[in-house]
Design a protein around this ligand. Structure first.
Ligand SMILES: Cc1cc2nc3c(=O)[nH]c(=O)nc-3n(C[C@H](O)[C@H](O)[C@H](O)COP(=O)(O)O)c2cc1C
Length: 586
């Protein structure tokens, strides 16, 4: 037995080691062997890990043989190539410069395995949760990792293995069939330890604030101990501040000094200034990688005959996006952007596949002519799903967000939102959407008019407006814009549904406008009105009316080009180019 006291020095040392532990892939000293005594201490620490039912399901296979390591290296390289091929271009370029394994650079590799059968049939705590066995083995890895750091040894975890690779590894190591590989670790002496994760330094991903991960009593009541829980919407609104005037001024000044006639890039110059203001830096970082979030939802108002398309098409198109077969996928592939689909309210079951972000608040909205489309709670939950999506995409390393939408009948809800926020007549705001005929357009317009008359939404209460006549995807996109602004990244707006959501987001917080880049103007009349109301001049006008994020994705290269010009173009003084005389006209 020992008392609970820990000396201040021990405590400080422990926390220092925890903070200083790194996943190491570069800077190993391959020829410096690890002393057996040191290695035994590290393995003893691993073996001291907690385990389910004290089953100690781990084994440690120490691999020094060069031929074995070369074989594993080949397996990992194969998997690395497959992963690289799966990445959008904006990511693939960054990945090319990352090292993911140091198999041949360390004198020792350690394979940590898990035996799910160890301890027999009645392992205490593993009775209904078999995954507790590999969890326990992972704890042994963590102990090993920390102990190695305390000994000045670097460790790198390699998980670039698929099922075939794991089987080959099992063969190479002579692993019995009942053992599974939990971790492949490269361990050795290093020149130094980085202060921050290499992926953070490389801009691949960011550390999430601890406060995002701590919830009081119920999920969603986020607060650190000793702090008052704040709801996500209030916290996000609190975090949004306008773009930086200083960075904007620096960008204007730099644009004037760049080797080109003043103002010759036209509106691209305004865009460059906006990007600098958003980043709070001149030049602004290139808005890459970029991610399109397609918010998908169904609409109770579909029952009113506002579109000839059946509601099932929403779910079918979601499947198409996830399979890579839609126009937004083609445009995103061309622009090098990632596509994800956020299910905030599709009215059909969806298979959990990579790229689907399951955040369903309801199986579609209610009919806005029978009552509000959503409760305020539902609208808020969808807004918060949008905020979280933006947060997650930005912490995953994206530097530009793009709105997308999918929802049969959503242009009816968009028109109603635009009427509510701008006060225009439904005849002006309601359009043909997918291309409805005159009769359907008349029905649709009357539906919008009746909904506005029924709910009399108050534009000063954006959540109330969204709940009364909006769609779950409009609420989701609203949150996405708020989240982008709070994270200070540019967000490129797509068509009429994004325009409607931008009206809501800017009603929540006017400073959101500084972060929105209007990608294009769609053929929907309501979109023109929304953009005019917001004083936004879109980058493109191609008579598109598809949605999905397609117009915004086409605008992405312009946004990236604006930042690139600000970053790369020489100035008159740096390039030694003579400026025209102030009174010349040429
Ligand atoms: C389960 C697991 C698997 C990992 N697999 C790899 C990998 O295959 N290649 C790699 O370079 N890093 C891998 N890492 C390391 C992480 O990228 C690293 O832990 C993370 O970026 C945080 O950095 P830090 O460990 O230095 O704090 C893995 C980490 C864990 C926990």
């Amino acid at each position: 037995m020992s008392g609970p006291e820990v000396s201040a020095a021990d405590r400080a040392a422990f926390h220092r080691i925890v903070r200083a532990r790194r996943d190491v892939r570069t800077g190993f000293l391959p020829d410096e062997p690890i002393d057996d005594e040191v290695l035994n201490r590290v393995l003893a620490a691993a073996h001291a890990a907690p385990s389910v039912g004290f089953s100690q399901p781990w084994d440690f296979v120490l691999v020094r043989d060069r031929a074995t390591r070369e074989a594993v290296h080949r397996i990992v390289e194969r998997q690395r190539a497959a992963y690289a091929a799966s990445l959008p271009r904006g990511r693939a370029e960054a990945f090319a410069s990352l090292k993911v394994a140091a198999i041949l650079d360390t004198p020792l590799n350690i394979v940590v395995t898990c035996d799910r059968t160890r301890g027999g049939r009645h392992v205490l705590g593993r009775y209904t949760l078999p995954q507790m066995a590999p969890y326990s083995a992972a704890l042994a890895v963590q102990n090993l990792w920390l102990a190695a750091r305390a000994e000045g040894l670097g460790v790198g975890w390699v998980s670039f293995l698929d099922d075939a690779g794991l089987a080959e590894l099992g063969e190479l190591l002579g692993l019995p069939a009942h053992l599974e590989v939990v971790a492949y670790l490269c361990i050795g002496h290093v020149r130094e330890f980085a202060d921050e994760p290499e992926l953070a330094t490389a801009g691949w991903a960011r550390r999430r604030p601890l406060a995002w991960a701590v919830h009081q009593e119920r999920y969603g009541r986020r607060a650190l101990p000793g702090e008052e829980p704040m709801d996500l919407l209030a916290e996000t609104l609190d975090a949004i501040t306008p773009g930086s005037q200083e960075a904007a001024a620096a960008a204007r000044e730099r644009l004037d000094r760049m080797t080109k006639p003043r103002g010759s890039l036209g509106r691209v110059e305004e865009l460059a200034v906006q990007l600098a203001a958003i980043a709070g830096a001149c030049p602004a970082p290139i808005p890459e990688p970029a991610a399109v979030a397609v918010f998908a939802g169904d609409h109770g108002v579909h029952a009113r005959g506002v579109t000839p398309w059946p509601q099932e098409v929403t779910a079918q198109m979601v499947a198409n996006f996830l399979a890579g077969g839609a126009v937004v996928n083609a445009f995103a592939a061309q622009a090098g952007a990632e596509v994800c689909v956020v299910d905030v309210g599709v009215a059909a079951p969806l298979d959990p596949v990579p790229g689907l972000v399951p955040r369903r608040v309801a199986n579609g909205t209610a009919d806005m002519l029978s009552g509000p489309a959503m409760t305020r709670e539902q609208a808020k939950a969808a807004v918060e799903a949008g905020i979280e999506t933006a947060r997650d995409l930005v912490t995953a390393g994206n530097r530009c967000l793009i709105t997308g939408d999918m929802g049969i009948a959503n242009t009816t809800a968009a028109a109603a939102l635009i009427c509510a926020f701008t006060g225009v007549d439904p005849v002006l705001a309601t359009g043909r959407g997918t291309g409805v005929d005159d009769v359907t357009l008349a029905v649709k317009t009357e539906v919008v008019r009746s909904a506005i008359e029924l709910h009399e939404p108050d534009p000063a209460d954006p959540l109330g407006v969204l709940a009364a006549v909006g769609g779950l995807e409009h609420a989701g996109i609203t949150g996405f814009l708020l989240g982008a602004a709070a994270q200070r990244v540019p967000v490129v707006l797509d068509g009429v549904n994004a325009g409607a959501a931008a009206l809501a987001a800017i009603a929540f917080c006017p400073a959101v406008r500084d972060f929105c880049v209007p990608g294009h103007r769609s053929a929907e009349p309501g979109h023109r009105l929304a953009l005019a109301h917001l004083g936004m001049d879109p980058l493109l006008e191609l008579d598109m009316r598809l949605g999905e994020g397609t117009g915004a994705v086409l605008a992405l290269p312009i946004v990236q080009g604006a930042a690139r010009a600000l970053q790369d173009v020489a100035t008159f003084d740096s390039a030694g180019v003579t400026e025209k005389s102030p009174d010349g006209d040429g």
